[in-house]
Design a protein around this ligand. Structure first.
Ligand SMILES: [Zn+2]
Length: 186
């Protein structure tokens, strides 16, 4: 099992590189990623979360009680629904924090397999959400950034200032977001 990289490490905050060589090394990387994801009780893992800046992600949403498993190499969203879903997300690279994030309800994704062959996968609901979270990772984007992009966080804070628990969560998210902004503005 590999160690999971935590936010603040640059490898998580810059776009990863396209995979060009489909060899045994890639196969080993994917095996290690699955092992690390399952042992960490995650439902998805991007290669940069174990420090490898390549466009590879593994997803298996079975541990969360849903259906969908795929290994994505060089994935691209080709089309998506107009409808969004809103649900809490967490991330192995941001331990302990859960925030609501908007995602497309369904997506169509082009990706390559271990041999470099192209495929299309159609996904919806929880599975689609997990895929979008991982593709974001490969672009150097964390769900915390999506939360700030989708919501007026200062207003939420003001409207909920009596809710101690909500304030604590948002303050934590703000600290993480500020740290990411600083790295990206360097
Ligand atoms: Zn994540």
């Amino acid at each position: 099992m590999k160690e999971i990289v935590i936010y603040g490490n640059e490898v998580l905050h810059i776009p990863t590189k396209e995979v060009k060589e489909f060899n045994g090394e890639l196969k080993n990387l994917i095996d290690e990623m699955y092992e690390t994801m399952y042992k960490s009780n995650g439902v998805g893992l991007a290669a940069n979360q174990i420090g490898v800046p390549l466009k590879v992600a593994v997803i298996d949403v079975a541990p969360a009680g849903h259906e969908g498993k795929v290994t994505l190499i060089n994935p691209k969203i080709k089309s998506h629904s107009k409808k969004f879903i809103l649900d809490d997300e967490g991330c192995l690279s941001v331990p302990g924090l859960y925030l609501p994030v908007l995602r497309y309800q369904s997506i169509s994704v082009e990706y390559q397999d271990l041999e470099g062959k192209k495929h299309i996968i159609n996904a919806e609901g929880y599975f689609a959400k997990a895929i979008q979270h991982e593709i974001d990772h490969l672009e150097g984007i964390l769900f915390v950034e999506r939360f700030f992009e989708h919501f007026d966080v200062e207003k939420i804070l003001e409207d909920n200032k009596d809710n101690e628990e909500a304030v604590k969560i948002i303050e934590t998210a703000k600290e993480i977001y500020d740290k990411i902004r600083k790295i990206k503005n360097k």
